[in-house]
Design a protein around this ligand. Sequence first.
Ligand code: PNS
Length: 165
Amino acid sequence: MSFKIAVYPGSFDPLTKGHLDIIQRAAKVFDKLIVCVMVNNSKNYLFSSEERAQLITDSLEELDNVEVDTFNGLLIDYVRSRKTNIIVKGLRALTDFENEFQMALINKHLDNNIETFFMMTSNKYSYLSSSLVKELVKFQGNVSDFIPANVEKAIQKKHEEGFIK
Ligand code: PNS
């Protein structure tokens, strides 16, 4: 059997425990998982790509087959540059389907060799999003159940510096 490399792309602004859950599970399915911090043109980011990537790296423990990278360009170009055709995405209940379906089909249209695999987010994280985390922090809500400790420290610092609008 060939060595299976998968790319898990996303904004990760910031990484949540929902993302971590997908990373941990996907790392068991594929031989190597590349978590790639990318640009979604419809979003304004709180953290730079480098900050987002560093927060992911610092949150990962004992996952030897996971690499973290950044890329500003088309996802399929990145996937091909890593000598694979596999994309992994997390799917939350209802909210993600239409957008993810559209992106998977466009990527397939651009390169018929690309395969997108969806993993259902664990039930306990199915309502969680980076945007909600930012909103909670803005209004002093407790986010410790939703994001790793290093991410919480970093987002509180952004809040204190007045970056969460
Ligand atoms: O976490 P997000 O914001 O839902 O991730 C979306 C992301 C960054 C994976 C998507 O916007 C993307 O693939 N951006 C790279 C540019 C690209 O390839 N766009 C066409 C996708 S159909």
